[in-house]
Ligand binder design. Structure first.
Ligand SMILES: [Fe+2]
Ligand SMILES: [Fe+2]
Length: 272
């Protein structure tokens, strides 16, 4: 595990970066999540760190530092990708504000147990879906598109796989007993996290599609809706089975199988 610092330039990448613009918008909307969830994760980890033992938890604390470094880089790159969309669709600011405010409310009013379980819900989702991104199950949706918009996700999810055990270990360390209650709470929060993320992403996605469709003919709108459904079916097939894995009472991220192309994906960003 280590911190890598890709420098992907999105300044000349438009929101319609793939011929299937409904697919491109799905990623455009999804960029909202890492632009804001990862700063939230850093704040949660800062709180959790204070509860760990500098001597007894030295290895976990060292992993946390690398985790924080990786997440900070994820935010930086996804925020850059998201900026391009915001420039062309100024209405997205409203969606950003609402999403950011939901984390501010969490941080102000929720227990560390809630915050950690939410963070674990995000981390478990990210590492479970990493193979679909890294190994190319989603690639056909973006055929003929600008590779940079996809590469940022492949790199990010490869690192999510790499640091998949960190938040889980912190949660287990602080709230892991009794095991049945730790699992029940974690599983419930996993569902909560997916609904929370899905709610904000889906609303933004609908907004982007609606803006595009406002300038389309009736026939084009029908075709756009058909493509959107096909995108949802494709993504659902790629994600669904792996997404259920973290709900298991014996789930351990350490045992999640790696994406086949993990090493080669990360190696692209290993150069000094
Ligand atoms: Fe991340
Ligand atoms: Fe992560």
């Amino acid at each position: 595990m280590k911190v890598r610092r890709p420098d992907i330039d999105f300044s000349d990448v438009g929101p319609h970066w793939a011929p299937n613009t409904e697919a491109a918008h799905l990623i455009n909307a999804a960029n909202l999540v890492p632009a804001y969830v990862e700063p939230f994760l850093l704040k949660v980890m800062r709180q959790a760190k204070r509860r760990l033992d500098p001597a007894g938890d030295a290895d976990l604390l060292a992993d946390l530092d690398i985790f924080n470094g990786q997440e900070a880089q994820h935010t930086r790159m996804h925020a850059a990708a998201f900026r391009v969309v915001r420039d062309r669709y100024p209405g997205v600011v409203e969606y950003e504000d609402a999403y950011r405010a939901s984390y501010d409310r969490f941080l102000a009013g929720k227990s560390l147990r809630f915050l950690l379980a939410y963070a674990d819900g995000f981390e478990a989702y990210a590492s479970a879906t990493a193979p679909a991104w890294v190994d190319g199950a989603l690639d056909p949706l973006f055929a003929g598109g600008d590779q940079r918009s996809l590469d940022v996700w492949k790199w990010h999810l490869a690192e999510e796989y790499e640091h998949r055990s960190v938040v889980f270990s912190v949660y287990e360390r602080l709230y892991g007993r009794p095991a049945w209650r730790a699992w029940l709470y974690r599983a419930a929060m996993y569902v909560y996290t997916q609904v929370h993320l899905g709610w904000f992403t889906a609303r933004l996605y609908r907004y982007l599609l609606a803006r595009d469709r406002a300038g389309m003919s009736a026939r084009e709108r029908i075709a756009s809706r058909r493509r959107t459904r096909a995108v949802a079916v494709h993504a659902g097939r790629a994600f669904l089975r792996d997404m259920l894995r973290p709900l298991s009472p014996v789930y351990d991220p350490a045992r999640v199988p790696p994406p086949t192309r993990l090493e080669e994906t990360l190696a692209r960003y290993d150069a000094p």
